[in-house]
Write a protein that binds this ligand. Structure first.
Ligand code: PRP
Length: 184
């Protein structure tokens, strides 16, 4: 999928595919330096993180294993409570492992804050976070994120794994949608 497939639904491209690829390369270099001599378990958070997991992991030279979790905000349907329900847990035991959680976006920070504490509670040797995107203006909790691709404005974004009503995840870039899309 590309901009030409979107008719007039695309408002603006915030991060091009080329910029994302270049930035993930820089992040991978930093991760390789930071984890030199160690083995890493990278944990992708479904579903949005699929693209960044695929692209970031292929740029890493550090020996990695990959695992996946699916989480959902509990009950209310919003994430504002910060209470998270595990829909799919890890297949691996993280005790004693160096874990890097990989995300597409950190919005309020509540999901990642909960997830980091959860994996630390299972006895991981270390837990860090890598995210392609972060919205600093939307933060509700202070969360330490070791690797950030791009800080973006507090706008609804799609592409590179991020959806609107499950669409647009397969756009190669990150962009915003025209208002008429939301009123359909
Ligand atoms: C997104 C994203 C994070 C979370 C961030 O997932 O992948 O997991 O929201 O929000 P927060 O910082 O406010 O907690 P989403 O629930 O949209 O699921 P998806 O990845 O399946 O699209």
């Amino acid at each position: 999928m590309d901009a030409t497939d979107m008719g007039n639904d695309l408002k603006e491209i915030l991060v091009t595919a080329e910029d994302m690829d270049r930035r993930l390369g820089e992040m991978a270099e930093q991760i390789d330096r930071d984890y030199a001599g160690r083995e890493l378990l990278i944990v992708g958070v479904l579903r949005g993180a699929v693209m960044v997991m695929a692209d970031l992991s292929r740029k890493l030279h550090t020996p990695i294993e990959m695992d996946w979790m699916a989480v959902s905000s509990y009950g209310s349907g919003t994430k504002s409570s910060g209470v998270v329900r595990i829909l799919k847990d890890l297949d691996q035991d993280v005790a004693g492992r160096h874990v890097l959680i990989v995300e597409d976006i950190i919005d309020s920070g509540l999901t990642l804050s909960w997830l980091k504490a959860n994996l630390q509670g299972r006895g991981a040797a270390s837990v860090n976070i890598a995210t392609a995107l972060r919205k600093p203006a939307a933060a509700k909790v202070d969360i330490d994120v070791a690797y950030v691709g791009f800080d973006i404005p507090d706008e609804f974004v799609v592409g590179y794994g991020l959806d609107y009503a499950e669409k647009y995840r397969n756009l190669p870039f990150v962009g915003t949608l025209q208002p008429h899309v939301y009123s359909n």
